[in-house]
Design a binder for this molecule. Structure first.
Ligand code: AMP
Length: 176
């Protein structure tokens, strides 16, 4: 089973970046040729018939598979970045994190109302950062928005899916 194969190759780093966090280190999946191929191919199968025109990757772990998938889908790739990183005019969305506020940005000309968008990130925990990305993408009024993560954390009472509107299509490859 492919997803068991991915799970077997995912590194868990205890107490990173702070004590108590079990950090799921996807770099071990990105560096592994077969894991990388499995992830991109599985996502391609999930989205190949959806008419996706733009894949939005969230900085920075969402860039790796997001860009490979965009290439395979024949879609464009858009970076959702931390504040001040994108050089041209941007739209922004701010959100609350555990400690203080954060913001993400997308170039104003990166998405249009004719696009069908897939937003991709490596991991769903509380859902806060993806919800901000989702709300940011809605500012562009695309035809449709899909959401994907490689990993969905449901341990320790996490239920990140619950923060999204019920009609949003969310897929994940590995549930932990
Ligand atoms: P959240 O906004 O709480 O859903 O957090 C998701 C973002 O934080 C993703 O970009 C992840 O890369 C990162 N993240 C949060 N918790 C973890 C974790 N336990 N292991 C690895 N990455 C995490």
């Amino acid at each position: 089973m492919n997803n068991e194969y991915l799970l077997k190759h995912l590194r868990n780093v205890p107490n990173f970046p702070i004590p108590g966090i079990q950090f799921k280190d996807v770099s071990t999946l990105y560096k592994h040729p077969k894991c990388l191929r499995i992830m991109v191919n599985e996502l391609y199968d999930l989205y190949k018939d959806k008419g996706i025109t733009k894949v939005v990757g969230i900085e920075s772990r969402g860039f790796v598979v997001g860009a490979a998938l965009a290439y395979k889908l024949g879609a464009g790739f858009v970076m959702a970045r931390k504040p001040g990183k994108l050089p041209a005019e941007t739209r922004k969305e701010s959100y609350m994190k555990e400690y203080g506020k954060d913001t993400i940005e997308i170039h104003t000309d990166a998405i249009t109302d004719k696009d069908i968008v897939l937003i991709h990130d490596d991991l769903l925990a509380t859902g806060g950062s993806m919800l901000a990305a989702y709300n940011l993408v809605q500012q562009f009024n695309p035809k449709q928005t899909y959401i994907n993560f490689i990993i969905e954390l449901t341990i320790e009472g996490l239920h990140g899916r619950a923060v999204f509107p019920e009609n949003v299509d969310i897929t994940t490859l590995i549930k932990i």
